[in-house]
Design a protein around this ligand. Sequence first.
Ligand code: UFG
Length: 339
Amino acid sequence: MGNRVLVTGGAGYIGSHTAVELINGGYEVIIVDNLSNSDRSSLEGIRKITGIEPTFIEADCCDREAMRRVFENYEFDSVIHFAAYKAVGESVAEPAKYYRNNLDSFLTVLELMKEFGRNNILFSSSATVYGDADTLPVTELTPRKPATSPYGNTKQMAEDILRDMVAANEGLKGIALRYFNPIGAHPSALIGELPRGVPNNLVPYITQTAAGVRECLSIFGDDYDTPDGSCLRDYIDVVDLARAHVVAIERMVEGKSRERYEIFNIGTGRPVSVFELVRGFEEANNLKLNYRVAPRRAGDVTAVWADTTLANDELGWRAERELRDTLRAAWAWEQSVRQ
Ligand code: UFG
């Protein structure tokens, strides 16, 4: 049972890449997903890449009875909880939807873990919990500033819920991974990000513009206090990010955690500007992108990137893929979706 992992949201972007890395690492994967922002095709992608069909249950993590059946029917010691809404702008317009879904789903999973004596929980957190940090790069000890959106609030609150649940339950161990900006796709181009409607994030907008689905990329602001005036972010390849989950699960399963609740930044440690990313995409894929400078986007912080020392030292993990390869994979995936 130690090598079985329940992956909520496992049909989604980061979840599907993590399922692949888990399976490649010898784990048996059980996916629960309500397909509200994902597609069954990712399950087929996982099967093609690994040769193994993960167990799939279509269910909503807020549905306690459906989730109880999952816990009754499957033995697993570890859970990775990805299932959540993630659109920052939408969370500002519909906060209740975000608080209800993102917190209720997590509480339901945690309560069932307690009831069924399941021990290890890995939570998808985000660099968004740092808000507009005073010092850069951010370490795990950098104080969290007020989140700039209800989405960000749900990540801060969920971290606190996890900390408190672990403190109150002897058997429980938890890890929160704070992702920076996940981008790219599996090099096979069999799984990747499938944004619904107009993409909010930079790389899907870039690839859709290159594919002719969008006319022109807007670069939100060139008057920030940064070397080229555009915002700085830490873009982490989704496969590198997925690998971090496998080592974090291993750490808990093998009893190597130093504390029962731990937090790790998962990024490259390298700030990249929007202009650099656009140029990098053009060079990696040998094409020209149609873009223009537009006003700043509300809620964007000027710069955030990770100090990854803790993940390097404690997890023995580091980002390995070159940005150029990541941007090639992102474009290959976009082209495969358009075929
Ligand atoms: N950007 C553009 N044009 C676009 C989209 C984005 O110029 O069309 C810029 C943004 O202004 C920002 C950078 O590209 O400077 C990255 O933007 P993303 O939307 O890709 O990513 P964010 O850094 O805004 O968001 C990420 C995660 C969220 C998280 C947030 C805050 O996607 O989950 O960081 O830390 F909440």
